[in-house]
Ligand binder design. Structure first.
Ligand code: PMP
Length: 462
């Protein structure tokens, strides 16, 4: 932890007094926030953030796995400011458009040419990007004359945002149970999760077992009722679950057998985080639809994007007909500031080869952390791909039973890591590390060092 960059102001008192009193924060109980208000972050620079008390930390979370180019980048700020000097917003609904979205759409098509992508629909968040993907895939089948294809298949532990469609395909009941009834015809199959599954410890056997389950589910429900399969190339919020290498290629094969669309939710994995430009590309697979958000603007301005390939777009190329109207889109679709931020961000991603750096720093991180399960009573496994890394916390090392997150062990480790100058994120029974993709070797080593010290302290104080 280094010293202050933040000069206290009279506003700080107001902030401290009102923090946690009026605002509902996502993914926690409002009364928890009232008793334990969140840390107020006031500044960011590169891989570092500073809180209101003037303490500076390595941002091991990368905002929320989105600040991929690091904080406070002059190039991104300049692009947003330059656009604001022209016009901040104008509608993209029929008849008008602003320049940055034209530039960004061309750039995304260039970047996804290997995936045969054909068109992009912009929105404001990852949840929007997922919702758009689900709705366009249903419309595709209506245009193709198979209107019964409305169902969706996804993976347990999958996370696809919080709107009703995304909630319906989320793999964890945690996100679903308070908000039903949800969309009918959504089915979840087991994740190909080597550390915890009832099938096999052998990755390839496990991949086959899950593929068989998917095949049988499709046959049972009838392929004529399934529109699409949606999955993250590496599952993020569900606990950093990296599938066996054969899973995505085999998934593509089984979906092709039944004509089912493959939606790759790249909200976290898009633009470099796993070490490849796109998560699905890292597995050598071409999806039909890709969902982007987060890293597309590195969090500077919210933006989502849903990209469809030539096969899907062909349904709209048959001619103009009322059923082909896209009766979907957001006020923020093509937002000039979001698109300007994305244009500047993607230039950095390419110019600085951030996928390459994520791959290298991810390996260094894993190398530094890999010994922990040998001595820590709490960490059962360290796993990850690129700069998506998770420490699986277990109550019992033999049975691999996860900790009860209610007992606060994850928070304790995260607090100890913060005392060592690094922010990491306890998410249920997993500690998640997802720093900016610009991370240096020194910063990577600092994360390793802080986690080792935090877990040793846990052993002493537990
Ligand atoms: N999909 C995935 C894979 C995500 O991780 C997230 C958010 N963490 C979303 C969708 C939803 O994105 P947002 O929070 O921007 O709506």
């Amino acid at each position: 932890m280094t010293t202050t960059q933040h000069t206290p102001t009279p506003r700080d008192n107001f902030l401290r007094e009102n923090n946690g009193r009026h605002q509902i924060h996502p993914m926690t109980h409002p009364l928890i926030i009232e008793n334990r208000p969140p840390r107020i972050i006031v500044k960011g620079e590169g891989s570092y953030v500073t809180d209101i008390d003037g303490k500076t930390y390595v941002d091991g979370v990368g905002g929320l796995w989105n600040v991929n180019v690091g904080h406070n980048r002059p190039e991104v700020k300049a692009a947003i400011t330059a656009q604001m000097e022209e016009i901040s917003y104008y509608s993209s609904f029929a008849g008008t458009v602003t320049p940055p979205s034209i530039e960004l759409s061309a750039k995304i098509m260039e970047m996804t040419a290997d995936e045969d992508m054909a068109r992009v629909l912009f929105s404001a968040n990852g949840s929007d990007a997922v919702e758009t993907a689900l709705k366009l895939s249903r419309q595709y089948w209506k245009l193709e004359g198979e209107p019964e294809r409305t169902g969706f298949i996804s993976l347990k532990q999958g996370y696809h945002g919080i709107q009703f469609g995304g909630t319906s395909v989320n793999g964890s009941t945690l996100y679903r149970s308070a908000y039903g009834p949800l969309l009918p015809g959504c089915y979840q199959v087991d994740s190909p999760w080597t550390y915890r599954n009832p099938y096999s410890e052998d990755p390839e056997e496990l991949a086959e077992a899950v593929i068989t389950q998917i095949d049988r589910l499709i046959q049972h429900q009838g392929a004529h009722t399934i529109a699409a399969f949606i999955a993250e190339p590496v599952q993020g919020a569900g606990g950093i679950i990296v599938p066996p290498a054969s899973f995505w290629p085999r998934l593509r094969q089984v979906l092709d057998k039944y004509g089912i669309l493959l939606i790759s939710d790249e909200v976290v994995t898009g633009f470099g985080r796993t070490g490849a430009m796109f998560g699905a590309r890292g597995w050598g697979v071409k999806p039909d639809i890709m969902c982007f958000a987060k890293g597309i603007t590195a969090g500077y301005i919210p933006l989502g994007a849903t990209v469809i390939n030539e096969r899907v777009f062909a349904a709209w190329q048959k001619g103009i007909d009322p059923t082909g109207f896209i009766m979907h889109g957001y006020t923020a679709t093509g937002h000039a500031l979001g698109c300007a931020a994305a244009n500047a961000t993607l230039k950095i991603v390419e110019d600085e080869d951030l996928p390459g750096n994520a791959g290298r720093m991810g390996q260094r991180l894993m190398e530094g952390l890999k010994d922990i399960p040998n001595w820590s009573s709490l960490v059962g496994e360290v796993r990850g791909k690129g700069l998506m890394v998770g420490l699986d916390l277990v109550a019992d090392k033999d049975t691999r039973e996860p900790i009860d997150p209610g007992k606060g062990q994850g928070e304790m480790v995260a607090t100890f890591a913060r005392d060592e100058g690094v922010i990491v994120r306890p998410a249920g029974p997993v500690i998640i590390i997802s720093p900016p993709l610009t991370l240096s070797e020194k910063e990577t080593d600092k994360i390793v060092d802080a986690l080792i010290k935090a877990l040793r302290r846990y052993e002493e104080e537990k």
